[in-house]
Ligand binder design. Structure first.
Ligand SMILES: Nc1nc2c(ncn2[C@@H]2O[C@H](COP(=O)(O)OP(=O)(O)OP(=O)(O)O)[C@@H](O)[C@H]2O)c(=O)[nH]1
Ligand SMILES: [Mg+2]
Length: 281
């Protein structure tokens, strides 16, 4: 079953949000209230980079925890309000890649591709930037709606690592926000960047690796066919590349009609049997 994502919502009375020490930044943590929303934001990143810490900082202590449909992998969802608009935040499993080598990778990739989030926050460990760039570049191949959360900046500083975040933002083509999620440092800038991308106020130009020669021509040709079969699909080029590499999951998605859903803007609802949980802080 799929649920239409509400296009625009009339302002309604919001439930009392959790008291938070961050209301001055225009943030209101909504905990489990993700009944309707203006934007969907996914948190992606390598394992142990601070995704759940960012999630908790933005949504508060209460969250939906269920399983991903048909999987035994936990799925956490929460909500926050920023400048009068509601955001649903989905915490994806930590992965090193999106090439579907594991269930976790498949879940993360499917959500970024088929869930069509309005913004993907790529949480990176600033102490091991190179290792984290692999996943970041794969995400930027799929979506141009992304923000990099350069986390663990305190650890990086402690180790004497200095990162030119402006150059990184220029090279990746998306906003880069240095953060220390554990203390809340940088969260204000992160939310503002996420809102800018989700509302399409901030233009991104994600770094993409271009194929050359015959391969480039094949990608272009196939992407053209996919675009005409599924008008409105935002990432036909990526789908074409995966098909040319023989990716069975993407092949199945086409034959099962998931790309049609994607092109008509539908989204999977929260998994059945979702329960309430108190997050660890
Ligand atoms: N020093 C420091 N520690 C942090 C920061 N952000 C998170 N941590 C800590 O890093 C550890 C991992 O954080 P999580 O939020 O669980 O990371 P995660 O990405 O959700 O991990 P997985 O879900 O297992 O992939 C925890 O002990 C956090 O308290 C930070 O900015 N600085
Ligand atoms: Mg986590």
């Amino acid at each position: 079953m799929t649920t239409k994502r509400p296009k625009s919502l009339g302002r309604r009375r919001l439930p009392a949000g959790e008291p938070c020490g961050t209301c001055h930044m225009g943030l209101r943590r909504l905990g489990i209230d993700t009944t309707d929303w203006d934007y969907v934001v996914a948190l992606a990143g390598n394992p142990n980079t601070g995704k759940s810490t960012v999630f908790n900082a933005l949504t508060g202590l209460r969250q939906h925890v269920g399983n991903w449909p048909g999987k035994t992998v936990a799925r956490a969802e929460g909500g926050f309000e920023y400048e009068g608009q509601k955001y649903k935040l989905v915490d994806l499993p930590g992965t090193y890649s999106l090439l579907s080598a594991s269930t976790d990778e498949e879940i993360a990739r499917d959500f970024i591709l088929f869930g069509r989030p309005d913004c993907v926050v790529i949480v990176m460990d600033a102490t091991v930037l190179e290792r984290n760039l692999n996943l970041a570049l794969q995400i930027l191949e799929i979506t141009d709606r992304a923000v990099v959360c350069l986390n663990l900046m305190d650890e990086a500083r402690r180790k004497g690592i200095r990162i030119d975040d402006r150059s990184l933002a220029r090279d990746l083509g998306v906003p880069v926000v240095p953060t220390v999620a554990r203390t809340g440092q940088g969260m204000e800038e992160l939310i503002a960047a996420v809102a800018g991308v989700a509302r399409a106020k901030v233009r991104t130009r994600p770094h993409r690796i271009r194929a050359a020669g015959e391969a480039a021509r094949s990608v272009d040709e196939l992407a053209g066919l996919i675009e005409s079969a599924y008008p409105g699909l935002p990432n036909a080029r990526w789908v074409a590349m995966r098909l040319l590499e023989g990716d069975k999951r993407v092949e199945n998605a086409i034959t099962r009609g998931e790309l049609v859903e994607l092109a008509t803007e539908t989204i999977e609802p929260v998994g059945a049997g979702a329960s309430l949980a108190e997050a660890e802080q």
